[in-house]
Design a binder for this molecule. Structure first.
Ligand SMILES: *Cc1c(COP(=O)(O)O)cnc(C)c1O
Length: 391
């Protein structure tokens, strides 16, 4: 059978129709344990940490959508990322994009170091620097593209080639794009990671993480880690995530369209110093992003002249929620310096362009004109306050 389009596959997966009852939604299997027929005859499930039918449906679904073979659901994005790092051993080394998610930075610098797993942060948009930075004990190259919060673009295929040439694995955090817009496994990555808390679930009501691979050996080892370490996603959250994912394509396409309008508007506004948005043809990573992704997504960041300006903007803006997180039906404005990247020391933040005037906007499903009007009036207030606040 030919594969249907992505938006159709979001709605029709084999696991969605309950074989026993015909129910069109995956049943909630609230069972920690499963009855076995005899002492030497076991069914497909024994204990829910090792496997649960509701979780299994979710794991199969994300595996299918990422063009992978095996999917894994974890209690959070960080649980997925940390579990993936458990494929490493003491003495191994990881190469990491310098502007990774703050929580990933924290686990690499403060947890993995406890187990003698070394790291180097590099500018992964530079493939030469990436190749030069590989050490004899490098086992994983860890990519986040577009990166957070400055939306830098890394060439996934290029990095995967460097990794393969050096016998390392490529891990890609695909949270910002989702498989709707970017499929890292098709580009040579070995493992895809998600904070499913964001666009995949989409409603700010679940914390969840996912991982997908098509490499049987990695799949086997990650399954072992998932069962041993045990940071699995609970049944109810699996179900909520399965429901959220059905509308991924309409949500993300609509939000991306509005994000484009907002990025254009901000780009032309005199008080905005810089807009970070991978859909601009003058964005340094634009050609690579165009090649490896099907869209610019719904997240953009922009820089106001100072912290005071950012404060006025945040105080004046009415519609977006002011919060950490992203990828939801409601627009979410955040202040990376004290929110997503608070785990990063100020000097490290400065190196990554996370200045005190930087704001990140994850565009939701509100009416685009309402959002633009809201931004317009908040910027007018900033302009009024700016001269005094700035100097
Ligand atoms: C939120 C986020 C994470 C962490 O996921 P949680 O679900 O919050 O644990 C990892 N990577 C990126 C890019 C994120 O945005």
């Amino acid at each position: 059978m030919t594969k249907h389009h992505f938006d159709t596959r979001l709605l029709h997966q084999e696991d969605f129709r309950d074989k026993q009852t015909g129910a069109v939604n995956v049943p909630l299997h609230y069972s920690s344990t499963f009855h076995q027929e005899s002492i030497d005859e076991f069914g497909p499930y024994d204990y829910s940490r090792s496997g649960n039918p509701t979780r299994h449906a979710l794991e199969n679904t994300i595996a299918e959508l990422e063009n992978g073979e095996q999917g894994f659901a974890f209690a959070s994005g960080m649980a997925a990322i940390s579990s993936a790092f458990m494929l490493l051993s003491a003495g191994d080394h990881v190469l990491v994009s310098k502007d990774v998610y703050g929580g990933t930075f924290r686990v690499i610098t403060e947890v993995l170091t406890q187990f003698d797993i070394e790291h180097t942060f590099i500018d992964m948009t530079d493939l030469d620097e990436t190749a030069r930075s590989v050490k004899p004990n490098t086992k994983v190259i860890y990519v986040e593209t577009p990166s957070n919060p400055c939306l830098n673009i890394t060439d996934i295929e290029g990095v995967a080639k460097v990794a393969k040439a050096n016998g390392c694995l490529t891990f890609v955090d695909n949270t910002f794009m989702t498989p709707l817009l970017q499929k890292p496994l098709d580009l040579g990555a070995d493992l895809v990671l998600h904070s499913a808390t964001k666009f995949l679930s989409g409603h700010s009501d679940v914390v969840a993480g996912l991982a997908v691979t098509k490499n049987k050996e990695i799949g086997k080892r990650l399954k072992f880690v998932q069962n041993s370490f045990g940071s699995i996603l609970g049944v109810q959250d699996c179900w909520l995530l399965l429901r959220g994912m059905k509308t991924l394509s309409v949500r993300l396409n609509q939000s991306s369209q509005t994000a484009r309008d907002i990025a254009q508007y901000l780009h032309h506004h005199p008080i905005i110093e810089e807009v970070y948005y991978p859909g601009f043809s003058f964005h340094a990573g634009y050609p690579i992003h165009q090649r490896q992704s099907a869209g610019a997504g719904a997240v953009l960041s922009f820089r106001l002249p100072s912290k005071d300006c950012a404060r006025v903007f945040v105080d004046q803006l009415k519609i977006p929620v002011f919060a950490v997180s992203l990828g939801a039906v409601e627009s979410i404005l955040s202040y990376p310096a004290t929110m997503s990247h608070s785990a990063m020391p100020p000097a490290e933040r400065a190196k990554r362009g996370i200045t005190d005037g930087l704001l990140r906007l994850s565009v939701g499903l509100e009416n685009a004109d309402d959002l633009l009007e809201d931004i317009k009036q908040a910027l007018a207030a900033v302009e009024q306050h700016a001269p005094a606040a700035q100097v």
